[in-house]
Design a protein around this ligand. Structure first.
Ligand SMILES: [Zn+2]
Ligand SMILES: [Zn+2]
Length: 84
């Protein structure tokens, strides 16, 4: 469970493709780098990765949209029930 410097290679690759870097990046506290990695643990040291604040904000926004949509559906259902 130590940094094997794999992160450095991955990190430099991520910098080249900035658009994918912005999506779902995760932070490793041990390696102190951001990864665009699918797993829950660091591919370099195996430590659990932390989601970036940006993706957390996206999640919150998604939740808000979903909540609003549910309210909207509720309203529509009530209108339909009333007209019948
Ligand atoms: Zn590392
Ligand atoms: Zn790491």
């Amino acid at each position: 469970m130590v940094c094997r410097n794999i992160c450095e290679r991955l990190y430099s690759k991520i910098i080249v493709g900035r658009s994918s870097y912005a999506l779902g990046r995760k932070y490793c506290r041990r390696c102190e780098v951001y990864f665009c990695h699918d797993g829950v643990s660091c591919p370099c040291c195996g430590m659990a990765l932390r989601m970036s604040p940006a993706s957390k904000k996206d999640k919150e926004r998604l939740r808000q949209i979903q909540l609003r949509r549910e309210e909207e559906q509720d309203r529509i259902i009530r209108i339909i029930k009333r007209t019948k």
